[in-house]
Ligand binder design. Structure first.
Ligand code: SF4
Ligand code: MG
Length: 336
């Protein structure tokens, strides 16, 4: 079946005083209807820029976008701002990490939730408010008929996040982009919000792109997984495959630096040495090579010379052979 969202060879560059920043450098992925794609990577890996570009929210004055973004058959890279405005909040919606940046302190929560509904359906203020109450009920806000008239500061952090989910879903979007939506919340509230999102996805059938640096959250939420590094995808597959049998040294690093879910967190974690690469002057060859414990230095096959490509389907962009990966992962990495 054709993917609902198909991104092909996406390149996003920003001009800065110091030069050109390659924020996204040849990225391809698909999201299927009703499914969740998790995107993981450290900050600066290009995951947020990618999704802002899908929404047409990158700054066109300072950036250039090449490649294809096809949403339900419509090409978005070449779409006009007017066309993008019709999509945003309607067919595609976004949930941000911090509701306070998305909600204005000057308007009631209800009015802000109702706004995309009025804008995209032409509903009256009264109809839109009723719909906002309905949405507040769905996201589990108590006494929604009263709370609809509250201002954001009268809501707790968890309630504001629920309100933002209500606003994102009010037009029943086909694609929901959630960028670190629960990072600011405590663990209990985080779990409630994640369960809520899953339930609402069942009900609304939306596809979700879930951006996070937390593999534990991803394993709970996503069907498929894309691991990003230095503006590229370095590994792709179903969440099960990638977490059980990761094929890229960067993914090994992410997994071994992650506290095991429900496991013994006192166990020494193995952080990835070094820092994410500069996007101004990315490393030659494999962008991970300065931090990779398994890089080949053999002249002619050196990891610093040749950029490994990511094949289609289940794949990892790494020069190691399948046997090498198997041996290294099973013997040295897999925590037992
Ligand atoms: Fe490491 Fe080489 Fe694989 Fe890059 S290509 S991840 S440097 S082994
Ligand atoms: Mg980010």
């Amino acid at each position: 079946p054709e993917a609902f969202l198909s991104v092909r060879d996406l390149r996003v560059r920003f001009s800065t005083e110091d030069g050109i920043v390659k924020a996204v450098d040849g990225l391809s992925f698909d999201v299927e209807r009703g499914k969740t794609l998790g995107i993981v990577g450290e900050s600066g890996s290009g995951k947020s820029v990618t999704n802002l570009t899908v929404l047409g929210l990158h700054n066109p004055m300072s950036s250039t976008v090449e490649g294809e973004i096809v949403l339900d058959g419509k090409e978005l890279v070449t779409a006009t701002e007017r066309e993008m405005e019709k999509l945003r909040g309607n067919k595609v919606a976004m949930i941000f990490q911090d509701p306070l940046t998305a909600l204005s302190p000057y308007y009631t929560v209800g009015r802000q939730i109702a706004e995309p509904f009025m804008k995209h359906t032409g509903a009256s203020r009264k109809e839109a408010k009723d719909r906002a109450v309905e949405m507040l009920t769905k996201v589990g806000i108590p006494q929604p008929k009263t709370r609809v008239d509250d201002y954001p500061h009268q809501f707790s952090g968890g309630m504001r996040q629920r309100a933002m989910i209500a606003m994102a879903l009010i037009c029943n979007p086909d694609l929901l982009i959630a960028d670190e939506p629960t990072t600011a919340l405590d663990v209990t509230v985080q779990a409630q919000i994640l369960d809520l999102l899953k339930d609402l996805q069942q009900e609304f059938g939306s596809a979700i792109i879930f951006i996070t640096h937390d593999l534990g959250v991803i394993s709970h939420m996503a069907d498929d997984l894309l691991v990003m590094y230095s503006g590229r995808a370095v590994e792709r597959g179903s969440v099960r495959e990638v977490l059980r049998n990761p094929q890229h040294p960067y993914t090994w690093g992410l997994l071994s630096s992650m506290p095991r879910l429900g496991g013994n967190t006192s166990k020494a974690l193995m952080p990835i040495p070094g820092n994410p690469p500069s996007l101004l002057n990315p490393p030659s060859g494999c962008p991970f090579h300065p931090r990779c414990a398994f890089r080949s230095e053999v002249p002619g096959t050196a990891c610093s010379d040749e950029r490994p490509l990511l094949a289609d389907g289940r794949a990892a962009a790494c020069h190691l052979t399948a046997e090498q990966k198997q041996t290294i992962f099973i013997d040295k990495i897999q925590p037992r």
